[in-house]
Design a protein around this ligand. Structure first.
Ligand code: PGA
Length: 234
């Protein structure tokens, strides 16, 4: 395609993504916009429930969610892994244990995301399926605030692993070895079935299929010069 060789000269791309995708998606957009300098992008970052509402209303070209949308007539494609982990402060008694039973984890105070969050839905489903309820110490509507609350000693939390690249690397939060975790999920790119995708949206979908796995793997690592190398092959 001509657009692949020269880049798109004009167009508009509107995206709605769940909060956790902000740790890799903007970098993918950077590569994409380098290759397609004429494209104007509008990005909405919100939680799963709000993204699902936007998807149902067809408000955006593409939506990015942490797991497949349920109950909607949409096209959804898995683009990369999205593992969910349980975290604690490094001096937490569970931090040095292995194969921790979920029953033991459910005795600890938990910091949960707000209702409507996909992260919260996934972790509550996991424990509910085992007849367990997490003791909620606090609800927070932000992944960043949750990490700070864990560091502050307020309790354990479940977060998408992509949120942890920086804190994990410097060792101020610890991923716990809980039986059944990481919970394996897949990032999804979705749009309403039958929606006519713009050239820009199709090109970005191709870009996601080609590069999302690498971007998620490199999450949090700044790799100078990589953009050019990654784009050369596309
Ligand atoms: P959330 O979605 O931002 O609504 O928690 C993230 C996810 O489902 O991974």
């Amino acid at each position: 395609r001509l657009a692949d060789m020269r880049g798109l000269r004009e167009g508009r791309l509107t995206l709605a993504i769940v909060s956790t995708a902000q740790y890799f998606l903007p970098r993918l957009l950077g590569q994409f916009c380098d290759a397609n300098p004429g494209i104007e992008v509008a990005l909405t970052v919100t939680n799963r429930q709000a993204v699902l509402a936007r998807l149902a209303a067809g408000e955006d070209d593409l939506c990015i969610l942490g797991t497949p949308p349920e109950g909607l007539d949409v096209v959804a494609a898995a683009i990369a892994d999205n593992p969910l982990v349980i975290i604690a402060r490094p001096d937490h008694p569970l931090a040095s244990e292995t194969e921790i039973p979920p029953e033991r984890v459910a005795e600890e105070a938990f910091i949960l995301r707000e209702r409507g969050s996909g992260t919260r839905l996934a972790v509550e489903r996991f424990f509910r399926a085992r007849g367990l309820t997490l003791p909620v110490r606090m609800e927070l509507g932000s992944n960043e605030a949750i990490k700070q609350a864990v560091i502050g000693g307020l309790g354990l939390a479940a977060l998408s692993r992509d949120t942890l690249a920086l804190e994990g690397a410097v060792g101020i939060v610890r991923v716990l070895d809980v039986a059944g975790f990481p919970l394996l999920r897949q990032w999804q790119a979705a749009y309403p079935r039958g929606k006519h995708l713009s050239v820009a949206a199709e090109a970005f979908l191709d870009h996601l299929a080609a590069h999302a796995r690498d971007a998620v793997r490199d999450s949090g690592r700044v790799l100078p010069g990589r953009t050019g190398a990654a784009m050369a092959g596309s």
